[in-house]
Ligand binder design. Structure first.
Ligand SMILES: [Ca+2]
Ligand SMILES: [Ca+2]
Ligand SMILES: [Ca+2]
Length: 228
């Protein structure tokens, strides 16, 4: 009888461990194809207001998304932009230690998260990009893969893949990402203001000509996997 009980107990332990494993199912999200079409993003691509830019229809974020699989971080965007304005994404990766803010950005952008650090920043103007991994000491260029197209109404559409191992991610199974998307401009001549035309998600402080005291503190982000 004692033996039966022991076997029963052993089976119970195994069952318990297995169910724990199930509860910790890897948060690997989705693999997308880099073809400049966001149709494969499903619910992972979000729509931003079509008329909520401080700078009008030519500097507008329409869609944005971020997700990952076992090997890549993926970024999606649909936007319009003028001049040197860019579609920018600022990313905080769980388990990676980055920078307090974007001070080390080679083009001098001034943003920070209210909560979290900056691990990766990408800016794109459609058919080209700049991308950097941020640490407390420096921002180093990262090579990514980019596909871009243009819609019939002149929106630029981008799909980007960044190898997770270039971002310091060691275990994608435990990864969560947090991000904000900005239609960014530069700094005012005296460096006191950072210009930003549109945000996704909306921050709530959007106002006036889109010039904000530096650094711009990002309060609202999107997370994947979604926070429960
Ligand atoms: Ca695609
Ligand atoms: Ca918008
Ligand atoms: Ca917006």
């Amino acid at each position: 009888m004692k033996k039966v009980l022991q076997v029963f107990a052993a089976v119970l332990v195994v069952l318990l461990l297995t169910s724990c494993e199930l509860f910790q199912a890897p948060p690997l999200l989705k693999t997308v194809t880099l073809d400049g079409s966001l149709s494969d993003w499903g619910n992972y691509v979000y729509t931003d207001g079509a008329t909520d830019s401080r700078w009008g229809a030519n500097n507008e974020i329409h869609k944005a998304g971020i997700l990952f699989d076992a090997t890549n971080l993926y970024i999606a965007g649909e936007f319009t932009k003028e001049g040197y304005n860019n579609f920018m994404v600022i990313v905080d990766l769980s388990g990676v230690t980055g920078a307090q803010d974007t001070t080390k950005h080679p083009w001098g952008r001034k943003y920070k998260f209210e909560k979290g650090d900056v691990d990766f920043v990408l800016e794109t103007w459609g058919d080209g990009y700049g991308a950097w991994r941020f640490t407390s000491a420096e921002a180093t260029s990262v090579q990514v893969t980019l596909a871009s197209t243009e819609t019939s109404d002149g929106h630029k559409v981008v799909e980007i893949a960044v190898p997770l191992n270039k971002l310091g991610v060691t275990d994608p199974n435990k990864l969560s990402v947090k991000a904000v998307f900005v239609l960014t401009g530069g700094l005012s001549d005296d460096g006191s203001k950072q210009y930003a035309g549109d945000f996704y998600p909306n921050q709530g402080f959007e106002a006036g000509d889109g010039g904000y005291n530096v650094p711009v503190v990002i309060a609202k982000t999107i997370s994947n996997p979604l926070k429960k």
